[in-house]
Design a protein around this ligand. Structure first.
Ligand code: KIV
Ligand code: ZN
Length: 511
């Protein structure tokens, strides 16, 4: 069967980072970008450089460091935005400027306060300016799905004639319905003959839970680029989920004769990394990457799967990189066994990294009888999130109960010096955090605190994720893992504090 290629434009680092409460620093963005490149996306939208110096710096870093993939930067249809976007991506191997302006009457009237002719002029000027910097220019008609079709077609035609090589049709507010959206795409291609010079892309939001369905309908009607994010994160209800659209195309190639360049075995690891670094958990029933996506609960289903996997499984979990869960190592396991198992899980470590991992593994194996794949992954994810440890946890003592005021004594190490403070709080976690504040002199706002069991059983590892906000409004995510939830809480808070301090150092700001 003849199959056509669909390009995957990943906007996890731009639209995904616009998810409420998500803020990634430059190193975290770089880590995700490297994994996206490994995953095989065609385009990484690295950010929106005009929005902050930090974002511009992160985009530049990705442009310099990540090769073998197109690196895009977003810009409104204005000279300053486009020049700033170019500044940020000019060192990329394959740079793309992505410029946009809204085309719906509602946006023209209330947001832009512009008439239609001015919008066309701005779009053309923006594409022409971007074209001076790079041949690869994408133009988006924001709120396209609620725009008048004839006007939209005029804008699209003008943008292609000005030099746009990709035309993106966003369903910005997630309003479209699949059949209608498919028709819309087909009509644009019919009415704008010059579209044979450009790739038609779609960018669907998930406000009605239809982002993947709308993107598939668009592909069936001629779209050849899909904009999506890992775990479907993004503005409001998020974007079309990369893993869902890719696996739908892969699994149903019988009715969807298209392929992508995605290495599906990297999907699960990418999902984990994004969830970890953004602090946005993946819901258990999330398609493809949720904890339950391949779990069979009912006896009838379990029986069926044991007899023949395909009775209740349309995809092999191995295909998306989900490791088979099995008990592996114990406290007598050696370095070699650990190295081999980590390699199977996809972690290729240097000798130095292996030494560090081995020390952690031994400490964990002392507390747990058996160390499972999930334990190892949790341990490695803690490594992934690591920032220079200005403060590390040396010890803590808690005195608490239903009739006494919770009191914590905490000992931290800073450059070899032991620092100790005690504090009382509303509960044991609050007392620990207050003691840490006293030592570090910082008092960030605890915006979010969540606790989860990463593994099962009595000696399960608990994972605490916190979001901390400093006085400048900067939000960081801290994470800590331990068999003791109070220790996990302390580690998560310190991880957040160390990140805030790292951020100050990077920016040369005062604490
Ligand atoms: O949703 C949207 O319209 C966007 C554009 C900037 C592409 O994110
Ligand atoms: Zn969007």
């Amino acid at each position: 069967m003849y199959m056509e290629r669909v390009r995957i434009f990943d906007t996890t680092l731009r639209d995904g980072e616009q998810s409420p409460g998500v803020s990634l620093n430059a190193m975290e963005k770089l880590q995700i970008a490297r994994q996206l490149q490994k995953l095989g996306v065609d385009v990484i939208e690295a950010g929106f450089p005009i929005t902050s110096p930090g974002d511009k710096e992160a985009v530049s870093l990705i442009a310099r460091e990540v090769k073998g993939v197109v690196v895009a930067a977003l810009a409104r249809a204005s000279a300053l935005d486009i020049e700033t976007a170019w500044e940020a991506i000019k060192e990329a191997e394959s740079p793309r400027i992505h410029t946009f302006i809204a085309t719906s009457d509602i946006h023209l009237k209330y947001k832009l306060k512009m008439d239609r002719e001015t919008v066309i002029e701005r779009a053309v000027a923006a594409v022409k300016l971007a074209k001076k910097f790079t041949a690869d220019v994408e133009f988006s008609a924001e709120d396209a799905s609620r725009s008048d079709l004839d006007f939209l077609c005029r804008v699209v035609e003008a943008a292609v004639k000005a030099g746009a090589t990709t035309i993106n049709i966003p369903d910005t507010v997630g309003y479209a319905e699949p059949e209608e959206f498919g028709e819309f795409i087909r009509k644009i291609l019919e009415k704008v003959p010059v579209m044979d010079r450009a790739v038609l892309s779609v960018h669907c939001h998930d406000d009605l839970g239809l982002a993947v369905a709308n993107s598939l309908a668009a592909i069936k009607n001629g779209a050849r680029q899909v904009e999506c994010t890992i775990n479907g994160i993004g503005e409001r209800a998020g974007n079309c989920s990369l893993e869902e659209i890719v696996m739908a195309l892969y699994t149903r190639k019988d009715v969807l004769p298209f392929y992508t360049g995605i290495k599906t075995e990297e999907i699960y690891r990418t999902s984990k990394l994004v969830s970890n670094l953004t602090g946005m958990p993946v819901q258990p029933n999330k398609a493809i990457v949720g904890k339950n996506a391949f779990s069979h609960e009912s006896g009838i289903h379990q029986d069926g799967v044991l007899k023949e996997r395909t009775t209740y499984e349309i995809m092999n979990p191995r295909l998306v990189g989900i490791p088979e869960s099995r008990l592996v190592l114990g406290k007598h396991s050696g370095r070699h066994a650990l190295k081999e198992r980590l390699l199977e899980l996809g972690y290729e470590l240097t000798e130095e990294q292996l030494n560090e991992a081995f020390v952690k593994f031994k400490a964990l194996a002392d507390k747990k009888k058996e160390v499972t794949d999930q334990d190892l992954e949790a341990m490695m994810e803690e490594e992934i999130r690591k920032v220079p440890e200005t403060y590390s946890l040396e010890y803590f003592h808690i005195s608490t109960g239903s009739t006494i005021i919770p009191t914590a004594t905490v000992g931290l190490l800073k450059e070899g010096e032991k620092l100790e403070e005690a504090a009382t709080g509303d509960g044991p976690v609050d007392a620990i955090y207050k003691a840490i504040n006293k030592i570090t002199g910082l008092a960030p706002v605890l915006e979010q605190y969540s606790i989860n069991a990463v593994t099962s059983g009595e000696d399960a590892l608990g994972e605490v994720v916190v979001k901390l906000k400093n006085g400048f409004g900067k939000i960081v995510t801290g994470r800590g893992v331990s068999t003791d939830i109070l220790e996990a809480s302390a580690k998560a808070y310190l991880n957040g504090i160390n990140k805030l301090l790292f951020d100050y150092q990077m920016k040369g700001e005062k604490q």
